[in-house]
Design a protein around this ligand. Structure first.
Ligand code: SAM
Length: 245
């Protein structure tokens, strides 16, 4: 069981995406606990201000340190096994490896920034990890947090119906997944490869591996540098390269 605590000024944004399909079922089964918190609840002025103008001037507003610090003090697990994550375009780029690391945690507290971002002292003193979901700027950290929650949650044991589904997926071993087909075997003359209809599981396994290598070579050759290729893989890759010329 993993607990996500999300700190946001728009917690309502989360309710719909978290209430469908596997994430909904995982919460119902008690595999996942997602608590949404409005940072305004920890603002100490009567207007519930969570942002203010930047020192030194400049456009936009900056999220204040006090409400976030108070919220963390209230939410953090007393066992001190929580991880505080700040969603920021300046963080390390999220990927499957980071998702797997986070899936080992018991409590993940996610701070969603808004406006021009957060007071630098939040980063310096309150955050364990800064994560970006890619090199572009969103209006807020909420959608980024949803991406993180989704990717981490499906790695938690029993969240997916079949635990093996994550094993051969793209990025799980730095290979992209092979192409998938389903019925009908022929549509408008577009055929499913014969081997997949053959019932020969050994041949199908070989085809899966070869197609994974081919996909990765064609679309993400950078990933191939990160994996240990078998002698058979190397032979296949040489053939794939020749076919590609
Ligand atoms: N001024 C900031 C900068 O240039 O780095 C960008 C602030 S952005 C408009 C507001 C908030 O959205 C950020 O504090 C962060 O929480 C979130 N955000 C925006 N883009 C993101 C990304 N690519 N990954 C994660 N969070 C992001």
């Amino acid at each position: 069981m993993i607990k996500f605590d999300v700190l946001s000024i728009f917690p309502e944004m989360f309710s719909s995406p978290l209430n469908f399909s596997l994430l909904k079922k995982a919460q119902e089964k008690g595999l996942l606990n997602i608590c949404l918190h409005d940072i305004r609840n920890w603002a100490n002025d009567k207007h519930k201000m969570t942002d203010d103008a930047p020192y030194g001037g400049g456009c936009g507003m900056v999220m204040k340190v006090e409400p976030v610090e108070k919220a963390l003090a209230a939410i953090r697990s007393p066992e001190d096994d929580s991880l505080v994550v700040l969603m920021t375009p300046q963080g390390e780029t999220f990927n499957q490896k980071i998702a797997a690391q986070l899936a080992e945690k018991k409590q993940i507290i996610i701070i969603c920034g808004r406006y021009e971002g957060v007071d630098e002292r939040i980063r310096e003193h309150l955050v364990d990890r800064e994560i970006s979901i890619g090199d572009y700027i969103l209006t807020g950290g909420d959608l980024a947090a949803l991406v993180l929650i989704d990717a981490v949650s499906r790695l938690i044991p029993d969240v997916l119906g079949n635990p093996e589904s994550t094993l051969g997926e793209s990025f799980s071993h730095n290979l992209l997944e092979y192409p998938q087909y389903t019925r009908p075997a022929e549509y408008k003359g577009w055929m499913v490869p014969d081997v997949l209809l053959s019932g020969n599981h050994a041949q199908i396994e070989l085809w899966h591996r070869r197609e994974s290598l081919k996909r990765t070579y064609q679309r993400r050759p950078d990933l191939l540098k990160k994996i240990k290729l078998s002698a058979e893989d190397k032979k296949n890759l040489e053939k794939i390269k020749l076919e590609d010329i």
